[in-house]
Ligand binder design. Structure first.
Ligand code: ACM
Length: 553
């Protein structure tokens, strides 16, 4: 009997420890990825190898290469040499210069204008590509370090370079034609060569941001899926594959927009990889933007990336056949022209993705302390990692409410804010809450026109100054205003009855990629008024105005 009890005890201990081991195992995700966009800017082999070394050292195990996009096709395809003879070489070195000038406007057979970007050749153009032999070497190099390289070939959109090289594939200048058999023959040929180079169980075929040929994408993706599956691989698509098109549940969904899509996809039986842009895109600023290299806009410091929301997807998989395969950091490289910039944007932020993917349980403080040490050691080893030790952090003004005379005051909008950037609606500009380094933080209010509003202070007050802070982010065309004015008024609808105070934009700021700039207007002498008429005029560049608070003192 004693022996019996002992064996029950041993069994119980074993079961307990096995369950625990399983829990630890499931906590570690299968896919701990880093995506590098080598299309917008081309990076030499040694740069990719260095990232692979670092990934291997710190627990990332999938390198997703975004090999094709408008800005350059980066993989030798023997059957279609013009993809690299022409499509790998563009007329300008940086994506920004090249994209800004969009040189050729021609007319297609349907009478639509095509704004086709310009490509060139290896002698006269900028860019490059990887030969098949080089990619095989890279695959082997990665394999030795426990890393799978997953190739992405964009279809049908983001394909300007394909259409430039082989116009017969094009529906228009940017998208492959989903209605023609010849398009699928082209894709089958390309993917066969891709599969031969990359032994990865997965091939990514894009599927994002297709703007035309509505209604065709679902069937088109199924046709591509068949090609991929006939090659013995599983197909991954960006999340438009689910939200815009009913997708076959065998398609793996890479969630880059709303994280809730992951939960829905898993419930529908899809496997999912999470890289929601608001957390996982490293093309953003990682510190106070002033003094940082230009980025896409958006502020995603290490602490924010660490918070990537996974719980809902994790719990959805408990009651579904769909699984959360893992998470991934992505670096799209429109604003990342050099290898040094690339490393700076990735490290140490990708460590937060590795940490979550590995399912480690230390606190953020412990992780952060460790990451500071890793970033330091990377820098000492010549890697251009961000200096985490000297991080400035969030915009100070946003950390606590600001007290001022107009807090809670009514705002009468003579020109409306834009519904995409309404923030808290009519109370936003007087709620005492200042914006962060993120323009979509629900604190900044966006106007795609000149601003014209009246502030009703509720009763007459002695006003000595009005301060308005505007945001400028050049990428999304958010600009500082040319001129801001304030006029005290007797009535809400008074018409130019009082003196107005005007401040002009400091013209040296016009081309600063990211700045938060106060416009302070001193009322001299101090004025007794209930109403303040406030305007902000755009520069001739037009674009957006973003304002967070009207601070009245
Ligand atoms: C994407 O950022 N368009 C996937």
């Amino acid at each position: 009997m004693k022996k019996h009890i002992l064996s029950i005890l041993v069994l119980a201990v074993c079961l307990f420890s096995c369950t625990k081991a399983n829990q630890e195992e499931t906590a570690q995700m299968e896919w701990r990825g880093l995506m590098i966009d080598v299309s917008r800017h081309f990076y030499p082999m040694d740069v990719l190898k260095r990232q692979i070394d670092l990934m291997g050292n710190y627990g990332l195990n999938v390198l997703h290469l975004h090999l094709t996009d408008a800005a350059g096709w980066r993989l030798e395809i023997k059957k279609y040499p013009r993809l690299t003879d022409l499509g790998a070489w563009r007329t300008h070195q940086t994506w920004k210069e090249w994209w800004a000038q969009r040189p050729r406007a021609t007319e297609d057979t349907k009478g639509n204008e095509w704004f086709a970007p310009a490509f060139s050749d290896a002698q006269n153009g900028f860019g490059g590509y990887y030969t098949q032999e080089e990619m095989r070497q890279l695959v082997a190099y990665a394999q030795e370090r426990g890393i799978t390289i997953v190739p992405e070939i964009e279809f049908p959109a983001h394909s300007e370079e394909v259409v430039a090289a082989y116009p017969w594939v094009g529906y228009n200048h940017a998208e492959m034609d989903m209605s023609k058999d010849s398009t699928y023959m082209f894709m089958a040929d390309v993917l066969a060569e891709v599969a031969d180079i990359f032994p990865s169980p997965y091939i990514h075929v894009g599927g994002d941001e297709s703007a035309t040929q509505k209604g065709l994408q679902s069937e088109a993706m199924r046709r591509i899926q068949k090609i991929v599956e006939d090659l013995g691989r599983r197909m991954i698509v960006w999340d438009e594959g689910l939200t815009d098109n009913p997708a076959d549940s065998a398609q793996i969904i890479m969630v880059w927009r709303n994280p809730d899509t992951a939960t829905e996809a898993i419930r529908l039986g899809h496997d999912v990889i999470m890289c929601p842009s608001n957390w996982c895109y490293l093309d953003s600023y990682q510190d106070r933007p002033t003094g940082q290299p230009e980025a896409m806009g958006g502020y995603r410091p290490l602490s924010h990336i660490y918070e990537v929301p996974l719980d809902s997807a994790l719990s959805a998989q408990e009651t579904s056949t769909g699984r959360l395969l893992g998470i991934q950091a992505c670096i799209f490289t429109e604003y990342v022209p050099t290898p040094e910039n690339l490393e700076y944007q990735i490290w140490p932020r990708a460590l937060a993705i590795a940490e979550r993917g590995l399912g480690r349980t230390r606190s953020y403080e412990e992780f952060h302390q460790w990451a500071v040490g890793v970033a330091d050691s990377m820098r000492q080893a010549g890697i251009n990692a961000f200096d985490l030790c000297n991080e400035y952090g969030q915009r100070r003004e946003s950390l606590q409410p600001v007290e001022h005379l107009a807090r809670g005051a009514k705002v009468i909008y003579n020109s409306p804010y834009n519904s995409f950037y309404q923030a808290g609606g009519d109370s936003t500009l007087t709620d005492g809450v200042c914006g962060t380094w993120n323009n979509n933080d629900q604190r900044w209010q966006g106007f795609i026109r000149d601003i014209d509003l009246v502030l009703d202070l509720g009763q007459e007050c002695e006003v000595s100054s009005v301060e308005l802070s505007f945001l400028q982010i050049l990428g999304p065309e958010i600009f500082l205003p040319a001129e801001v004015s304030v006029a005290p008024m007797d009535k809400a609808d008074a018409d130019g009855t009082s003196v107005s105070y005007i401040q002009l934009m400091d013209s040296t700021l016009a081309d600063v990629p990211f700045v938060v700039q106060p416009y302070k207007l001193d009322l001299e002498p101090q004025t007794k008024t209930r109403y303040l008429h406030i305007t902000a005029k755009r520069t001739p560049r037009r674009g957006w105005l973003f304002l967070d608070e009207v601070v009245v003192r």
